[in-house]
Write a protein of this length. Structure first.
Lengths: 194, 194
DNA sequence: TTTTTATGACTGACCGTCGGTCAATTAAAT
DNA sequence: ATTTAATTGACCGACGGTCAGTCATAAAAA
């Protein structure tokens, strides 16, 4: 017949080659032409591998979120106090300039999925949420058995995820001091140890 | 010399006349041509009164949020238990079909302000946040003095606002059960009364 | 009072951009 | 030579935004 390319692989490669482009311009300013040029293919080729613009942006963002989850995993397994784990868990997206770029992209992703009811996007968000909850639960369990957390309080990981989402969204406001907010939350759920 | 119109008033009138249009179509599907037609003016006229599309959408959404704040005020002053006040405070946007339309609008507002760094928009958001915090603080104060809340816990209104924001954003996910999440939170901060 | 003039309000044809399509082309496999 | 997967960029339609020109009216001039 003719050449057979690994569609899935090429899809990922195109996405990978445009990571920096997305970080630099953000979703809105990113054009398909730019993407095609950066990936070194024709514009039409993009549509061989992606449904539409969201689809490709989504694929790129996925790579970021997967990395993010990996870091969260590391935090949950690190040899630090539960309080520190939780702090880093929430503060991860704010820690430095690179993190803030990722934060911006994540905010844009949230913005899109708030207005577009794309099924795949929602499913992916669900999966992320569940993963976050899983990791948080592990941290909470360790903290409870070690006595670091206010165990009788029945903190649920899903509530904490809501707090985290709020943090991401409201961090755009100057009246929201991220570090302080996290500390306040931790003061409630983590026992004083003296 | 020539006719002088009240720019501010006409601006508001154009916005008002398009409330239903926005509720019906959402931001993305809303076109300037539609807006102009609905408002009964030419397309160019829109740009006499608004900077750009976001500017006009923002003006419309503002009218919804102002209404929302009024309802929150009412809740905070109602003759119900603190737990009920807090529940309604968070559940207000989910209570019925009309509320859900407003929820959608609020989500779209969040979406816009997540991606556009417009100064006025941020300032308005700050004001909203401060107002929310103010109302919540009033509820919390009453609840603390009446002994309904776990007073020693130092719940901060701003943390609760973050929770609320997260609730709005994550409510688009089926894995997020709004009522349950609110109840869980309230179980932590409200004393059992038996 | 009537005419002229200045100017803000208004308009929609037009422009540039961009997401998305498709007919034509290429090239590998048979 | 034929078939077929893969690729491409010219093209399309939609949309946000602009601007040169028109309109309406109040003030000034006659």
């Amino acid at each position: 017949m003719a050449i057979i390319v690994n569609k899935e692989e090429k899809r990922k490669n195109i996405a990978l080659s445009c990571r920096e482009l997305l970080l630099k311009h953000g979703i809105d300013k990113l054009t398909i032409s730019q993407i095609a040029q950066t990936a070194g293919v024709g514009k039409g080729t993009i549509y061989e591998y992606f449904e539409n613009k969201e689809d490709i942006v989504f694929e790129i963002i996925t790579t970021f979120i997967v990395e993010h989850e990996k870091k969260l995993e590391e935090i949950s397994l690190a040899d630090i106090s539960t309080r520190e784990k939780l702090f880093h868990f929430f503060y991860l997206l704010f820690e430095n300039e690179t993190a803030k770029k990722h934060l911006n992209i994540y905010k844009e992703f949230l913005a899109i999925s708030l207005t577009h009811e794309a099924k795949e996007m929602l499913e992916f968000s669900e999966q992320c949420r569940e993963k976050f909850i899983m990791i948080l639960n592990r941290i909470l369990e360790v903290g409870t058995t070690s006595g670091e957390l206010n165990g009788e309080m029945q903190i649920s990981a899903s509530s904490l995820v809501l707090f985290g989402t709020g943090l991401v969204v409201d961090s755009r406001l100057t009246t929201c001091n991220v570090e302080q907010e996290i500390d306040r939350l931790l003061n409630i759920i983590v026992k004083e140890r003296k």
